[in-house]
Design a protein around this ligand. Structure first.
Ligand code: GCU
Length: 347
């Protein structure tokens, strides 16, 4: 059942991307473009890249990436980035596959998705690994050798290069049935989680039973009571309108979440030095803009959700502390994970 559905989604996403390509959505002039050596020259060949995103057009990720696309196109003629929001190119699990096989060039995927390709990525999705957003952005976007090796680790097996990350801010829970104060409040309730073993454990540590599900299916999942709750940041809660069907937000702040920008490795290596420099500068500006937009977007989301009837409840930090801290012990299972964890924690 599950396999059938995934393959169906994948073929839909592929059909969409092929249709887009047929409409001139993609041009691939990456091979043999020796002429653009020393490049970025007017009329140089390049690739009009498609970027798969699962957020709406008013989400900070779309805004920062769209600006990235525009500055990159100006600085590197022939190249461009078209951002496709709202899972138009597929949910994240499909987008990951499409970037790997080269049918889509770029995507934003949550850390949970990369855990499934290399379990060492799990470290950066653990509760308590990052103190706050600034700490997270410094570790991820000013990577030391260990982190860079992790980012390059998917190239050989999957042709995916990780370029850096956007923060997801602090994630908390929300429910359709009432505020949460302790794990007992989740007894017998189902929580939608991102598709990874760690996320199942986090839901269990919070007291719920976990139901992995794609982001775009969650509104209907909550509405039809397939799940009773979910966890995310306020920006997603508001832009996805989940407050309409799960109006009780409780501040568990169980993890500072992380999204990654990924690109097909062959497309990245087809950039000459000048194009690559424009690309790197554009990404650097994009994650900084995203971080700047984040606090304001969070406040707007809280205000908007409250206007829509949501309530926001503080939770005693100690309520879930022990169960969440224990997860790090469970999920750090090799030396590289331990080294990444220690490096992030400054140990
Ligand atoms: C956040 C995150 C997405 C992720 C989503 C989810 O919105 O930015 O990348 O897909 O959470 O919970 O699935």
């Amino acid at each position: 059942m599950r396999i059938t559905k995934t393959s169906l989604l994948l073929s839909t996403a592929l059909a969409t991307s092929l249709a887009l390509a047929a409409c001139g959505g993609a041009s691939n002039g990456t091979e043999g473009d020796g002429e653009s050596e020393g490049g970025g020259a007017a009329g140089g060949e390049g690739t009009e890249m498609r970027l798969a995103l699962n957020q709406t057009e008013d989400h900070p990720s779309y805004i920062a990436l769209d600006n990235f696309g525009q500055t990159f196109a100006e600085g590197a003629p022939g190249w461009g980035i078209d951002v496709y929001p709202n899972e138009q190119l597929g949910a994240q699990a499909e987008a990951l596959q499409l970037v790997s096989d080269g049918s889509v060039e770029m995507a934003i995927v949550s850390g949970a998705q990369l855990e499934n390709l290399n379990e060492d990525f799990t470290v950066y999705n653990l509760p308590k690994v990052f103190e706050d957003v600034d700490h997270q952005m410094q570790v991820i976007n000013e990577p030391d050798e260990l982190t860079q090796d992790l980012f390059d680790s998917l190239e050989e097996g999957s042709k995916i290069t990780v370029l850096g990350g956007f923060t997801q801010g602090s994630r908390s829970v929300y429910t359709s049935f009432g505020p949460i104060e302790s794990a007992e409040d989740f007894a017998g309730k189902k929580m939608r989680v991102q598709e990874s073993p760690l996320n199942i454990s986090i839901a269990e540590a919070l007291g719920a039973s976990a139901t992995p599900m794609a982001y775009g299916e969650l509104y209907t999942g909550l509405q039809s009571k397939v799940v009773d709750s979910a966890e995310n940041n306020e920006v997603s809660y508001f832009t996805q309108k989940h407050y309409e069907v799960a109006p009780y937000w409780s501040y568990t702040n169980h993890v500072v979440g992380l999204d990654y920008l990924i690109i097909n490795s062959d497309v990245l290596s087809s950039m000459d030095d000048d194009v690559r420099a424009e690309f790197d500068a554009g990404w650097d500006a994009a994650w900084k803009e995203h971080t700047e937009l984040w606090n304001e977007a969070t406040q707007e989301a809280i205000d908007g959700a409250k206007e829509g009837g949501a309530t926001f409840t503080e939770v005693d930090d100690s309520a879930f502390e022990e169960a969440l801290t224990a997860i790090a012990d469970e999920y750090i299972s090799n030396d590289n994970q331990q080294a990444l964890y220690d490096q992030a924690r400054g140990n």
